[in-house]
Ligand binder design. Structure first.
Ligand SMILES: Nc1ncnc2c1ncn2[C@@H]1O[C@H](COP(=O)(O)OP(=O)(O)OP(=O)(O)O)[C@@H](O)[C@H]1O
Ligand SMILES: [Mg+2]
Length: 262
């Protein structure tokens, strides 16, 4: 039987006396979308940091298509097809949109420093090809971003920064993309555009899977097939959105209200 795309088991991490993540399991299939919700400090970003190799678990394991990736360095995990965006924007403000996306391709471009020095023409050719591919990728996401592809990323409004970060994450042709609160800093109109973007990406790339940390319940209700709820580092519920949203424990934990359903 084909193993799931990603299988995390019993992930546990403490910071001093604080248990940021406590025995969390996560399974993600091919072409699947999973949303993670939960209050501030629930351990959502910590889960991404463990899967992407930025933090190391004190217990537990992560497998990608059956291969143990728990202890691989972060760049090898990214090269294996597991990419992510960060909760706070991490674009290079002094680079153009295209160059920001080219940086996302680096695990797939072959030219090293030595080649660049010894064969500058070959290096330039490869860079030109990368820039063209980056432009096409931006265009597939958004015509209006494409028109601004040679302007500096620092001049982009917040919503477009988040969209460009998604383009950069896609640049290495990953197997799965983890988005950490992609709608943060967006108004309702921008969030609707984000939902449309994600749907378009899914249609363009069948087989690609997503894990999305999200607090905007419109996005949670509109996109994923499955929702996982974290609270105080523990998984307290998992299932389809319709079932999750009415669970008293979820309403208590997520909406911060006691018996909000009453
Ligand atoms: N590097 C760190 N050092 C110490 N404590 C940390 C570190 N990273 C996270 N924590 C703590 O671990 C807990 C979980 O943090 P995490 O960032 O995963 O929460 P989150 O669910 O992403 O919250 P938010 O919705 O605010 O982004 C929090 O109490 C946080 O303060
Ligand atoms: Mg977070």
């Amino acid at each position: 039987m084909r193993p799931p795309l990603l299988e995390a088991r019993d992930l546990t991490l403490r910071f001093g006396g604080l248990v940021a993540l406590d025995g969390v399991d996560l399974t993600l299939g091919h072409s699947e979308i999973l949303c993670i919700i939960g209050p501030n400090g629930a351990g959502k970003s910590t889960l991404f940091n463990l899967i992407s190799g930025i933090y190391r678990p004190q217990r537990g394991s992560v497998r990608l298509e059956g291969q143990d990736i728990t202890w691989l360095p972060a760049h090898r995990i990214a090269a294996a097809g597991v990419v992510r965006t960060f909760q706070t924007s991490r674009l290079f403000n002094d680079l153009t949109l295209v160059d920001n996306v080219v940086i996302g391709m680096h695990s797939r471009t072959r030219t090293g420093v030595l080649t660049a020095l010894l064969q500058p023409r070959a290096a330039r050719r490869e860079l030109n090809t990368a820039a063209r591919r980056a432009g096409e990728l931006i265009r597939s996401l958004s015509e209006d971003l494409y028109e601004r592809r040679n302007t500096l990323a620092g001049a982009l409004p917040q919503a477009d920064r988040r969209r460009l970060e998604i383009a950069r994450a896609l640049a290495s042709d990953p197997k799965m993309v983890m988005l950490d609160e992609p709608s943060s800093g967006m108004d309702d109109r921008d969030t609707d555009r984000l939902i449309a973007d994600i749907r378009r990406i899914m249609a363009q790339r069948p087989g690609l899977s997503f894990v999305i940390i999200e607090h905007d319940m419109r996005l949670v209700g509109a996109i994923p097939e499955r929702v996982m709820v974290l609270d105080y580092g523990r998984k307290i519920a998992e299932g389809c959105y319709a079932d999750i949203r009415v669970m008293p424990r979820v309403q208590e934990a997520y909406l911060g209200q006691k018996a909000a359903h009453a």
